[in-house]
Design a binder for this molecule. Structure first.
Ligand SMILES: Nc1ncnc2c1ncn2[C@@H]1O[C@H](COP(=O)(O)OP(=O)(O)OP(=O)(O)O)[C@@H](O)[C@H]1O
Ligand SMILES: [Mg+2]
Length: 314
């Protein structure tokens, strides 16, 4: 096994698997907790498997439940560089994979003309040169597999991609390579841990799903949410964190358009701490409903239920 501080290549030219990566799901959970991310058993188990099987994880679930944060926390905990591809409608190859560096190519051509004189000799050399990897601008997917330092690749909000663009991911995610017409196949220097996140705003292709391990991250149990609050809000008491988690859980049981997410729970705990509120009662919850709920109809419904004045509008 190689020295963890100098990740030399293996015989096939690939960076070897991180020898310091935790060997059990329990150790993965401990590693994540140490950087403030509170996983449940399934999350820790899936990260452990993804590392062992060298498979990407498709992390799906409602907004604000810690999907993006999971990738960031794994990078932080393992000391890897986080490379993020933020997906959006209209994202194309030149932003996701690579682009030729036209300016640099042009300079090389001009330099070749000066050196080659008027007969233009050496064009074939120039041509071979300007379509080499040196003249590529690497975008996140290519950068992640070609990097020489250890990286974690986050493909965030993959459900926002157009269906055609989603196909661009397939070659990278299954073969860890990129085919470039002018250059040929660029193979991986490493197989990074890959996280794809999705809010499930549209169904992803079966081909993409097949390449990934699937991880659903839903709302946490009140116990885990209390621990998340304790970890994310310095200075909050265990008592307040307990009460916050219980109150949010009761809101989530209501029939709302958009249930409060973990990030909103954290915001509410911060609000209470800032205002010096030590005890959560119905009043504290009612006063700050707008920190937790982002639709007026939900605020009205929750107010109605909490004050026993009926269910309000939806
Ligand atoms: N398990 C967790 N441990 C620690 N913090 C968490 C956890 N889950 C969520 N959080 C907190 O919630 C915040 C929101 O998480 P994140 O941005 O990862 O949500 P998301 O699932 O990616 O949401 P979206 O779908 O809107 O992008 C984080 O910044 C973090 O503070
Ligand atoms: Mg996210």
């Amino acid at each position: 096994m190689s020295d963890p501080t100098s990740p030399a290549s293996t015989a096939n030219g690939l960076l070897p698997a991180d020898p310091s990566f935790p060997a059990t799901p329990q150790a993965v959970a401990d590693m994540l907790r140490a950087v403030g991310y509170l996983p449940d058993e399934t999350i820790a188990g899936t990260v452990h498997l993804a590392h062992g099987l060298e498979k990407p994880i498709l992390v799906e679930g409602p907004a604000g439940t810690g999907k993006t944060e999971l990738a960031k926390s794994v990078a932080l905990a393992t000391g890897a560089r986080l490379i993020r591809l933020q997906c959006y409608e209209g994202l194309d190859e030149s932003k996701a994979l690579y682009e030729w560096d036209y300016r640099k190519q042009l300079l090389r051509i001009q330099a070749g003309q000066v050196a080659g004189g008027e007969n233009g000799s050496g064009w074939s050399d120039v041509e071979a040169d300007i379509f080499s990897e040196h003249y590529l601008l690497r975008r996140p997917l290519l950068e992640a597999i070609r990097a020489e330092d250890r990286v974690v690749l986050l493909i965030d909000e993959v459900d926002r991609l157009d269906v055609e663009t989603e196909a661009l991911l397939l070659e990278v995610l299954s073969d860890y390579q990129v085919s470039i017409p002018e250059l040929g196949t660029v193979t991986a220097r490493q197989r990074p841990l890959v996280f794809l996140t999705s809010n499930n705003s549209r169904e992803l292709s079966e081909a993409l799903k097949r390449r990934c391990l699937f991880l659903h991250v839903g709302y946490p149990t009140p116990e885990r949410e209390r621990d998340i609050v304790l970890s994310r809000v310095p200075g909050v008491s265990e008592h307040l964190a307990d009460q916050v988690a219980a109150a949010v859980a009761s809101l989530r049981r209501m029939d709302l358009k958009k249930r409060p997410s973990v990030s909103e729970t954290v915001d509410w705990a911060r609000t209470l701490l800032m205002l010096g509120v030590a005890e959560v009662d119905g009043e504290a919850l009612l006063r700050h409903l707008h920190v937790l709920l982002k639709h007026q109809s939900d605020i009205e419904r929750a107010t109605g239920e909490l004050t026993g004045r009926g269910t309000g509008a939806r």
